[in-house]
Write a protein that binds this ligand. Structure first.
Ligand code: G16
Length: 550
């Protein structure tokens, strides 16, 4: 057994996107593709120490969502880590750790950082996607400075340092040794469950289930299954079968593990039946996203964040109130209204959970959320699907009210932010970039123009200055804001692996409770027409409409 130095060649395009490096499995299985990226990451982490050896003697957490290539990638990463000075790896059994669980383990065990293997909500299997990202010592996704340093080094990398030891048994709990490095295979659920026990009143939840409260959680054959089963069915006494599609499968059983009404259609269908459970929810591939569904009633992620903010004091973990809240720029302004009434600071960040990290670390916010079915809090530094489910269960337990009645009451008090996101998937990259370029060029002429009953008051490309470290992130999405607060936003997705995806976000506010019950798409049709008029989406893409509208 020896540590080997192997020559390698750089790969183009290993730049992490919104959330790490995501590519087709067929890209990752090229010889040295994964090795190069991991070697680069380890080099950058080592170089970040004063002695050029920051990782030496340190602990890394490792795990993923169990998708195809997860087990192979784990073995490769262990051999690289052993050869690059890592002292200890905490590995989820079977190579499994949900994204929020990685964050929880890093924080609880004070690890140096962690590597998450996931392409999140993207489909899996040999023809699907794979991904890798690094989380820092705060438990959260690496910041842009680090991901850019990694990318720069991928372009000049010439050598791998890797151990030639045989594979370790990743299914056996306990300690094993590779070279000088210890591998500690841990229960993937234990640390995470401990965090949940502190935040929520498990006795209240147990009583709900005892009294027959019925829940359907769709884990979409992804990594959330074992967590939801252990906590809901195991600890809280929910009947067996409460969690469906609970076994993580390498190809997610063919499901697209993106918890929205389109991809989680089976859950939506169940929640529309006459015998529907009281509460439904779904999670994504790595269990950081969530969708909350009442009987025949889907909650938008933006509304979910607003309601959580309004009711947070009912939950033990937040009983002393919130420090502040944050949402990504394209997320609806529903939470802003609550924050204003409650006198809470409210931050607007670019898309990407990593932008919440500094605000959470600095104690400036307690809750964060995104339109892309992500909500979370200061308990970890990732969004957290099962946490959101427990939060909503607790809200129903504490108030005795249904999901629909909670949301309708919220709209009556704060008004409703009608909201939709239209995705145009699989556009040629040059077409998508030209569309954004031309839009940018057109921005200065737009303010003051009238579109039907609305006057456009602001047109810009969103730039964010981090209030904690002063770093600036530009070109984060084009915003058209109207005199009534309505917004039309254009962005290119940073998580896709095929062509480009244009995301169009539409929002308008309705204060009049008599007008808060319209179907969403017609309610926003005027704004969709404005987007078409300004950007010429159908002409440029040849698409009559979005591929997904949620
Ligand atoms: C990631 C990020 C989120 C972001 C989402 C969508 O989520 O962590 O912050 O909102 O991607 O990004 P985009 O619009 O660029 O595709 P996940 O669940 O994929 O890790």
């Amino acid at each position: 057994m020896a540590i080997q130095t192997i020559p390698t060649q750089p790969f183009a395009g290993q730049r992490p996107g919104t959330s790490g490096l995501r590519k087709k499995v067929t890209a990752f299985t090229q010889s040295h593709y994964l090795e190069n990226f991991v070697q680069t990451l380890l080099d950058v982490l080592n170089a970040s120490g004063p002695d050029g050896q920051a990782l030496t003697g340190q602990t890394l957490v490792l795990g993923g969502d169990g998708r195809f290539y997860n087990r192979t990638a784990v073995q490769t990463i262990l051999k690289l880590a052993a050869a690059n000075g890592v002292a200890r790896v905490l590995l989820g059994r079977g190579g499994i750790l949900s994204t929020p669980a990685v964050s929880a383990v890093i924080r609880r065990r004070q690890a140096f950082g962690g590597i998450v293997l996931s392409a999140s909500h993207n489909p899996g299997g040999p023809d699907g996607d794979f991904g890798i990202k690094y989380n820092a010592g705060n438990g959260g996704p690496a910041n842009e400075a680090l991901t850019e340093a990694v990318y720069a080094r991928t372009q000049v990398l010439r050598e791998l340092r890797i151990s030639d030891v045989p594979d370790v048994d990743i299914d056996r709990l306990g300690l094993q040794q590779i070279e000088q490095m210890q591998v500690d295979v841990i229960d993937p659920v234990a640390d995470y469950a401990a965090v949940m026990r502190v935040l929520f009143d498990f006795d209240l939840l147990r009583t709900m289930f005892k009294r027959g409260f019925r829940v359907r959680v769709d884990a979409m054959n992804a990594v959330g299954g074992p967590y939801a089963r252990a906590i809901l069915e195991g600890e809280l006494g929910a009947p067996a079968g409460t969690v469906v599609n609970a076994e993580p499968l390498e190809d997610f059983g063919g499901l697209h593990p993106d918890p929205n009404p389109v991809n989680a259609e089976d859950l939506i269908a169940h929640m529309q039946r006459p015998d529907a459970p009281d509460f439904g929810a779904a999670m994504d591939g790595d269990a950081d996203r969530n969708m909350v569904v009442g009987r025949n009633f889907v909650v938008t992620p933006s509304d979910s964040l607003a309601l959580m903010t309004a009711h947070a004091r009912l939950i033990p973990g937040y009983k002393d109130g919130l420090l502040g809240v944050a949402r990504s720029m394209p997320t609806s302004a529903a939470v802003d209204r609550v924050a204003k009434v409650m006198g809470l600071p409210c931050f607007e960040t670019p898309t990407g959970w990593k932008f919440f990290g500094n605000l959470l670390d600095a104690g400036r916010v307690s809750l964060c959320g995104e339109e892309s079915y992500g909500t979370g809090s200061s308990h970890v530094r990732e969004k957290d699907g099962l946490w959101a489910i427990l939060f909503w269960l607790s809200l129903q337990g504490a108030t005795g009210r249904s999901v629909e009645s909670l949301v309708r009451e919220h709209w009556r008090i704060y008004g409703r932010n009608y909201y939709t996101r239209h995705d145009y998937e699989g556009i040629a990259v040059d077409v998508a970039q030209a569309l954004m370029q031309d839009l940018r060029a057109a921005l200065p002429a737009l303010p003051g123009r009238q579109f039907g009953t609305r006057r456009l008051v602001l047109a810009d490309d969103f730039a964010y200055t981090d209030p904690v470290d002063g770093s600036v992130s530009g070109q984060q999405g084009i915003r058209l804001i109207f005199d009534d607060g309505a917004r039309v936003i254009f962005r290119l997705s940073g998580t896709g692996t095929e062509g480009a995806t244009l995301r169009l976000y539409l929002e308008r506010y309705e204060a009049d409770s008599a007008k808060q019950d319209q179907p969403v798409q017609p309610a926003l049709a005027e704004l969709a027409a404005v987007a078409e008029q300004v950007a010429g989406i159908s002409g440029r893409t040849g698409m009559a409409g979005p591929t997904v509208a949620t």
